[in-house]
Write a protein that binds this ligand. Structure first.
Ligand SMILES: NC(=O)c1ccc[n+]([C@@H]2O[C@H](COP(=O)([O-])OP(=O)(O)OC[C@H]3O[C@@H](n4cnc5c(N)ncnc54)[C@H](O)[C@@H]3O)[C@@H](O)[C@H]2O)c1
Length: 354
């Protein structure tokens, strides 16, 4: 059995989330927690040691793994200290604010012979897993477009997320997850990227972005996120030459969900254009389909669970196998984020792995 004795560094929103989730995983023991604000730890379970200084948590001899859950700019300092103390590292996303910082963290972990991974657990999200399966199982034929949409109405960001120097903004916060999902589902080189990144109502940090990935095969992936969309929803489209898969969770209408693939048994390239009258005039391309041409299927039912990421972590520690989220993958996520920023700055597409 893996010997995983955690110290949770940072006991704010996500520190508490980790505590609640890990209570359901008996293979991991939580030895200690740490927060510079002592009152944050008032509700900690009994028996867990409490510290207010990260050095003390890291030095605790019973802690062999540090789970870093403090604000983004502090990840590097904590990871370097943990590595130098010989502790394994699980770091919250975004692992670092720059690729150079991340490289330093990796170098320290390698030098110390400790294992490190990053908690990019949204690879197990129930909206993502079926869409990845659609693509991997070829359920829409040859894919030409993947679109991931995340729209919210709560506009203003909160706490340290509103400060650029704290690694605030939505690209660091949600962008890293959404980018990681696209790179996890599409196993191809990214030839170029384009981005539009805006501050809609936040003065200093981004709260809207459109990210476009152009892959080697010609497949395009797009991510659009806005914290100030008055039509809030989470949605996905995967479109190919024999089908279109749709997942849509409508936050306005009681989280109403649509999950389906609309398919055809043959390529539609030879379907003759039929003139249809619409309110906008006649069209040969956009009328309703002929009866029987298309049929619907449910999305693949792939079981997924909020414990999956940590279960995978335990397996990798027990078997000495690579983590699900590898360090080169995290580095690629951070590099592509830089390319998106460059594109947004210049207004031009930026070559990536061409
Ligand atoms: N993977 C996910 O889905 C997910 C979700 C939310 C947050 N996160 C990540 O978790 C990290 C924390 O985010 P959060 O939302 O919990 O923030 P938060 O502000 O709610 O909590 C951070 C906590 O760290 C404490 N802290 C600050 N500096 C410290 C220090 N030097 N030593 C000890 N404690 C310190 C703060 O007092 C606070 O309680 C961020 O990197 C964020 O991106 C990940």
């Amino acid at each position: 059995m893996a010997d995983i004795r955690l110290g949770i560094l940072g006991y704010g929103f996500m520190g508490h989330e980790h505590m609640n989730l890990l209570k359901r995983i008996p293979e991991i023991s939580i030895e200690a927690i740490c927060d510079i604000v002592p009152s944050q730890m008032d509700d900690a379970p009994e028996g867990v040691r409490k510290y207010t200084d990260m050095d003390e948590l890291i030095a605790d001899p019973e802690v062999n793994t540090v789970l870093i859950v403090i604000p983004n700019p502090l990840h590097k300092e904590a990871a370097v200290k943990a590595a130098r103390a010989g502790k394994h590292i699980i770091c919250e996303k975004p692992a670092a604010l720059t690729v150079a910082d991340f490289d330093e963290m990796v170098a320290e972990a390698e030098k110390a012979g400790v294992r490190m991974t990053v908690h990019q657990q949204r690879r197990h999200d129930p909206d993502f897993v079926p869409m990845k399966a659609v693509l991997k199982q070829g359920l829409v034929g040859k894919p030409y477009l993947v679109r991931s949409m995340m729209y919210g109405v709560n506009g203003n960001m909160h706490d340290w997320h509103i400060y650029p120097e704290m690694g605030g903004g939505m690209l660091y916060d949600w962008g890293i997850h959404l980018i990681d999902q696209i790179l996890d589902m599409v196993d191809e080189k990214v030839v170029s990227v384009y981005a539009d990144i805006k501050n809609v109502i936040n003065k200093e940090v981004d709260d809207y972005f459109l990210l476009v990935f152009r892959f080697e095969s010609g497949l395009t992936a797009e991510i659009e996120l806005g914290t100030y969309f008055l039509t809030p929803k989470r949605a996905w489209i995967v479109a190919g030459d024999t089908g279109t898969a749709l997942l849509d969770i409508d936050f306005l209408n009681g989280m109403k969900e649509t999950r389906r693939i609309v398919r055809t048994r043959h390529l539609l390239e030879n379907v003759p254009g039929k003139i249809t009258m619409t309110s906008a005039g006649p069209t040969r391309s956009f009328g309703p389909p002929e009866e029987g041409l298309l049929y619907e299927e449910p999305l693949p039912d792939v079981p997924t669970n909020d414990l999956d990421w940590f279960k995978g972590y335990i397996r990798a520690m027990e078997e000495g196998t690579p983590f699900e989220v590898t360090l080169p993958q995290v580095r690629r996520d951070l590099c592509i984020m830089d390319a998106f920023r460059e594109s947004a700055r210049t207004g031009k597409a930026v070559p990536f792995e061409a």
